[in-house]
Write a protein that binds this ligand. Structure first.
Ligand code: PGA
Length: 253
């Protein structure tokens, strides 16, 4: 069975004081949950502070991005070994905002996945189609390309450290969630693709999160879909009460 993961992507929000206040409010609200792997991804500058605040708790730390090289003349970048050093266990890569606003290619994202595997950090690899692509019936082609190229040359063994997040771009920050059926359809497609690229055990063991306007009032139904193994949460992860309710989801099946 796959351990569900609920990950909060704080994006470019929160000062040091606000970040530690948020996790301090969150910790008691999720402390009793031993079922879900709980992850928060603050901005780089708050990682150390949040790491300190969550030490010994059931909350894990993630970064929102990284570079592929461990060190060197790469002004402005942050590397996987440094993220490990500050206490991260996961790094989000290939978020649609990185792809769209910062021109990240599947090849660059793949190089980050390799760097993370080499460093022993987990990747949360984001994929997802835009509204235009969905309406042009290109959704499956886009997902296939992003999965194939994003995971290129990663071994089945390295896949143990990879979590995939299906985030339809049209659902991110828009309040429009994919329907339960739309999410399940995409997740089942991605899992079948993993069987094709790897094997059935690898596909069955890989967690596929849904992301895009996940809220306290839609998480239960989403999490009841057989191939939805968790959520990557943006806006609703900025409020402890909402994020805690999402972490403590109740499946309806
Ligand atoms: P949202 O963001 O929950 O605010 O839609 C999700 C994400 O971008 O990871």
């Amino acid at each position: 069975m796959r351990t569900p993961m609920i990950a909060g992507n704080w994006k470019l929000h929160k000062t040091l004081a606000e970040s530690s206040a948020l996790v301090r409010e969150l910790m008691p609200a999720v402390a009793a949950n031993q079922v879900v792997e709980i992850v928060v991804a603050p901005v780089f500058t708050a990682l150390d502070k949040v790491a300190e605040a969550i030490a010994g708790s059931n909350i894990k730390l993630a970064a929102q991005n990284c570079y592929s090289q461990p060190q060197g003349a790469f002004t402005g970048e942050v590397s996987p070994p440094l993220l490990k050093d500050v206490g991260c266990q996961y790094v989000i890569i290939g978020h649609s905002e990185r792809r769209q606003l910062f021109g990240e290619s599947d090849e660059l994202i793949n190089s980050k996945a390799h760097a993370l595997a080499k460093t022993g950090l987990g990747s949360i690899l984001c994929i997802g189609e835009t509204l235009d692509e969905r309406e042009a019936d290109q959704m499956f082609d886009v997902l296939r390309r992003q999965v194939r190229l994003g995971l290129k040359n990663l071994s089945a063994e390295q896949m143990a450290g990879v979590v995939i997040a299906y985030e339809p771009v049209w659902a991110i920050g828009t309040g429009k969630t994919a329907s339960d059926a739309q999410a399940q359809e995409a997740h089942a497609f991605i899992r079948a693709l993993l069987t094709e690229l790897y094997d059935k055990p690898t596909a069955n063991a890989t967690r596929i999160l849904y992301g895009g306007s996940v809220k306290p009032d839609n998480v239960d139904n989403l999490m009841s879909q057989p191939d939805v193994d968790g959520a990557l949460v943006g806006g609703a992860s900025l409020k402890a009460e909402d994020f805690a309710r999402i972490v403590n989801f109740q499946t309806t099946t």
